[in-house]
Design a protein around this ligand. Structure first.
Ligand code: SF4
Length: 168
């Protein structure tokens, strides 16, 4: 007896493993409880009731082991950069990064400071760049929608991140 004969009406749905995995990943992006400077205030606002991150299946996790999204919200100092790298390495794959705000993208107002990294992509690979100083919660939600679109195009046939491929 085939599977189709066991189902009501004899119907069966077929799909690809990529579609199922990507659907699951886009529906449960758990971001790390982590903020570096003033952009983190907007990140917190996005997670609160008014903007309601949860409706995307997005919840913060206090451990990198349980997170698959790092939202780098704030100024990346040279002192903090190795810690960011360590946290990113502790996240389970596939892992994603949103650079939130001018500081995380390029150093922002502190681009010529001796102590600030000129973009977090010098430390870890970035999937979505979100400009602003700071970006509003609506913009962060839009960045997450863009990330979900990107994830939907992924395939398990290719490895997402190669640690050696990053700049550091
Ligand atoms: S981009 Fe602007 S708001 Fe965001 S951390 Fe830098 S100075 Fe603060």
């Amino acid at each position: 007896m085939g599977i189709a004969e066991k189902l009501p009406e004899g119907n069966i749905i077929t799909t690809s493993l990529d579609t199922v995995l990507n659907w699951a990943r886009t529906s449960s992006l758990w971001y790390m409880l982590f903020g570096l400077a003033c952009c983190a205030i907007e990140l917190m606002a996005t997670g609160a009731a008014r903007f309601d991150f949860d409706r995307f299946g997005m919840m913060f996790r206090a451990s990198p082991r349980q997170s698959d999204l790092m939202i780098v919200a704030g100024t990346v100092t040279k002192k903090m950069a190795p810690r960011i790298r360590r946290l990113w390495e502790q996240m389970a794959e596939p892992r994603y990064v949103i650079a939130m705000g001018g500081c995380a993208i390029s150093g922002g107002p502190f681009y010529d400071s001796y102590s600030v990294v000129k973009g977090v992509d010098e430390v870890i690979p970035v999937d979505v760049y979100l400009p602003g100083c700071p970006p509003r919660p609506e913009a962060l939600l839009h960045a997450c929608i863009k990330l979900r679109e990107k994830i939907r195009k992924e395939t398990i046939a290719t490895k997402k991140h190669n640690v050696e491929a990053t700049k550091q």
